[in-house]
Design a protein around this ligand. Structure first.
Ligand SMILES: Nc1ncnc2c1ncn2[C@@H]1O[C@H](COP(=O)(O)OP(=O)(O)OP(=O)(O)O)[C@@H](O)[C@H]1O
Length: 745
């Protein structure tokens, strides 16, 4: 019976793979054809062509990336219909029959949510296990209980498939869970797009998994909109992003941008570290006023008369009154500083033309004549230098660096901070004391600075000149390309240029040819979003949301002004030094409304390990619900007490033993001070570093390992609530076994 079912599903899987192969080849041919067969003659045809090519390529990638674990379920409905469920939707190219339903399609939903009590029109649910292209097992779950004989249990298979997935050895990358999504998770994944959804859940309850599958679901359900506007995912650090990086591509989704607090502003990647106290102070909302004052200080006061002398001509004198009037006009219009640069320059140049005319006794130039003169004047080095002195383009990151390296500036713009707070905010080296170059600011930036850089950038605006220059150059290159194409066409004698009509044709052909050679902005929406600080995303997902500082939340909210967002986190795993004990306290001041969902089952950590972590949870918040472990582990946690000098050697031995005796990966979580010694000892022991991760408790956030070796749980960093929370995080990273190594002192 089981064998018949396996053979039946194997036939279906073979058929699916045949269809995938022929369909993906077809999509590849279609995208090539779309590229070649284009015969339009205007810009809109080009963008249509690009959209078509992108569509075929996307489908090809989706098809090719879905072949692993393609098929995993079958629904048999009371209506006798049978539907196979898998990673993507597939139809028979000839008959049009639905061969496979996408797991995200509404009709697939009962696969995740039906129960014998609420069968949702299902008679039977089959879970299909595969290894590569081979069907290895099937589990049938009868939902119409009248079909069961007395000794036949219902519900076989479901927990089996889930437990098998949970018991599997881990790799360095998170895997998707499409085949075993649980009902409480499914409800969150398929929640509507608009509005803000907050998911609170204890350790291992699948918050990250759910957030990523929600991204995939939303990209499926609202494809048109979100492929264009892109989904933003904010994670706590780059190790975490690397850990989750395979999930969405494995689901065929690419219209996402992943950032951390350190990389939120395009072009920056903050590597320096703040003390916990400095990070906390930088995260407070009142820093917005400090940044605004720092920006204002940099907008140079224009109170000196300026004299410009252009080679060979008499001097031109610009009075402070004129400059003040220009500045006031710009301020009235509300244009941010950097964006107003072009306007300021133009106004000063126009004034100079007027002064020239007066000096030389001519009528002031107008129209194109004036444009030409403005261009000439702006190219004069003295004029250029003066314009840049009077209205410099400001660099937001440099302003923030200066704020924390110049004590006098900080005192001026942060008068409401105490002296102690200012001392905590200042970093070494202080400007002028060690001769550090001002351009070293990039190396001194911390993740906590980045939200402030974003704040400054928002006030200063973007420098429009590079984009104008790009457009100017593109126009120039295009003119050049048309000329070149014209000469090519003439050479090959394609077109004669005897009369005007033919000349038109000729020019159009040349333009076509040139257009085919010119690479326009052919970046995907995700690539464009990733390089544009002001991009408005269609949906924003924040993982480890409990770590948001108010300033970071403010910066992220700018990227999702429509508030279509999913925040997932655990308030008990908050390790900032400012303990905001509730979501209301953390989000309330900036987010008026959200819907909250709770995840209650811990899929990662076995019961015995959770029992060890539970006293820490109670200490953090006795009212928080304890996540229920879905399974008991095979091994009890081990606790070792050793002399301080033996901490690192003992931990290394435990890690090496774990990877020798068991499959999967081990994580050594230790105080920072011990990590160098642990890494050296691991190297001495010849440990396979691809299978042993080492890091601090903070760095282990969001990660998991088959075996965890936790060193000195009381000294993992932070004080008070933050220290407790880090211990809670570290204790809950293991999927199978935990060894705690502590010192006797
Ligand atoms: N329905 C499921 N089927 C299979 N595996 C699951 C399921 N839900 C969660 N898991 C697995 O459980 C583990 C924990 O999930 P995840 O990392 O998403 O939890 P989390 O709530 O983000 O944890 P933490 O807050 O502790 O970092 C992962 O290995 C994930 O793949």
């Amino acid at each position: 019976m089981q064998n018949d079912a396996i053979a039946e599903e194997q036939d279906h899987l073979d058929r699916l793979h045949d269809v995938i192969r022929s369909q993906s080849d077809l999509e590849e041919r279609r995208s090539e054809l779309a590229l070649r067969a284009f015969d339009g003659d205007d810009d809109s045809s080009f963008s249509e062509r690009d959209a078509l090519v992108a569509h075929h390529r996307q489908r090809m990638v989706e098809l090719r990336s879905s072949s692993y674990g393609l098929l995993f379920g079958l629904l048999e409905r009371e209506t006798d219909e049978r539907h196979h469920i898998g990673r993507i939707g597939l139809r028979d190219p000839e008959s049009g029959d639905q061969l496979l339903l996408d797991w995200r399609a509404p009709a697939s939903r009962p696969f995740y949510t039906a129960t014998p009590l609420r069968p949702e029109g299902l008679r039977l649910r089959r879970r299909i296990g595969t290894a590569g292209r081979r069907v290895t097992e099937v589990h049938d779950e009868v939902l119409d209980t009248t079909m069961l004989s007395d000794d036949e249990p219902s519900g076989i298979g479901e927990s089996g498939a889930l437990l098998a997935a949970l018991g599997r050895a881990r790799t360095k990358h998170m895997a998707d869970i499409v085949d075993t999504i649980q009902a409480e998770q499914d409800a969150i994944i398929r929640a509507p797009l608009p509005g803000t959804l907050l998911v609170q859940g204890g350790p291992g309850t699948g918050k990250t998994a759910v957030a990523l599958h929600r991204a995939a679901y939303l990209l499926y359900e609202h494809r048109e909109r979100l492929m264009r506007s892109v989904v933003l995912i904010v994670g706590p650090n780059s190790t975490f992003l690397d850990y989750i990086s395979r999930v969405l591509p494995s689901l065929g989704e690419t219209a996402v941008v992943l950032v951390t607090p350190a990389t939120l502003v395009p072009g920056l990647d903050a590597h320096a570290e703040d003390s916990l106290e400095a990070a906390e102070l930088k995260g407070r909302l009142r820093m917005a006023d400090v940044v605004a004052r720092a920006v204002r200080e940099r907008q140079v006061p224009l109170d000196e008369p300026v004299t410009i002398r252009i080679a060979g001509d008499g001097p031109l004198r610009v009075t402070p009154g004129v400059l003040r009037r220009i500045k006031a006009g710009i301020e009235r219009s509300g244009t941010p500083h950097n964006e107003a640069k072009l306007r300021f320059d133009r106004a000063v140049l126009t004034h100079l033309i007027g002064l020239e005319a007066k000096r030389d006794g001519f009528e002031p130039r107008t129209g194109e004549d004036a444009d030409e003169r403005r261009q000439e004047l702006s190219e004069e080095p003295e004029v250029e230098e003066l314009l840049d002195t009077m209205w410099p383009i400001l660099e937001p990151a440099e302003i923030i660096d200066r704020l924390f390296t110049d004590p006098e500036l900080l005192a001026r713009v942060a008068p409401d901070h105490t002296e102690e707070e200012r001392r905590l905010l200042l970093r070494e080296p202080v400007v002028g004391t060690d001769g550090a170059g001002e351009t070293d600011w990039a190396a001194r930036l911390t993740p906590g600075d980045i939200a402030l850089v974003d704040e400054a950038a928002e006030l200063i605006g973007e420098d429009q000149r590079p984009e104008l220059e790009r457009q100017r150059r593109a126009a120039y290159e295009r003119r050049h390309d048309v000329e070149y194409a014209r000469s090519v066409l003439e050479m090959i004698g394609d077109i004669s240029i005897d009369d005007e009509a033919q000349d038109d044709d000729y020019l159009r052909s040349a333009q076509d040819l040139a257009d085919r050679q010119t690479v326009e902005d052919d970046r995907s929406p995700a690539e464009r979003a990733a390089s544009d600080r002001t991009w408005v995303y269609g949906h924003v997902i924040i993982d480890e949301a409990q770590e948001l500082t108010p300033m970071l939340l403010r910066a992220v909210l700018r990227r999702g002004p429509n508030r279509s967002m999913t925040l997932v986190g655990d308030i008990n795993q908050q390790s900032t030094s400012a303990t905001r004990s509730s979501w209301q306290e953390l989000l309330g001041p900036q987010l008026p409304r959200w819907t909250e969902e709770l995840l209650t089952v811990n899929y990662r950590t076995p019961e015995q390990i959770m029992a060890l972590a539970d006293p820490v949870r109670l200490e953090l918040d006795p009212d928080s619900p304890a996540p229920v472990s879905i399974r008991r582990g095979e091994e009890e946690p081990v606790q070792l007490t050793v002399e301080p000098a033996a901490l690192a050697p003992t931990a290394v031995r435990a890690a090496v033993d774990a990877i020798t005796a068991h499959a999967g990966i081990a994580g050594v979580i230790a105080p920072r001070a011990l990590l160098a010694e642990i890494d050296t000892l691991l190297a001495d022991a010849g440990a396979d570093r691809a299978r042993v991760w080492t890091g601090t408790a903070r760095e282990s956030k969001g990660l998991e390992f088959d075996s965890v070796v936790l060193v000195q749980p009381d000294a993992l960093g932070g004080t008070g609530h933050a220290a407790l929370s880090l211990r809670y995080v570290a204790l809950t990273r293991a999927t199978q076994r935990l060894t705690v190594v502590d010192s006797s002192s």
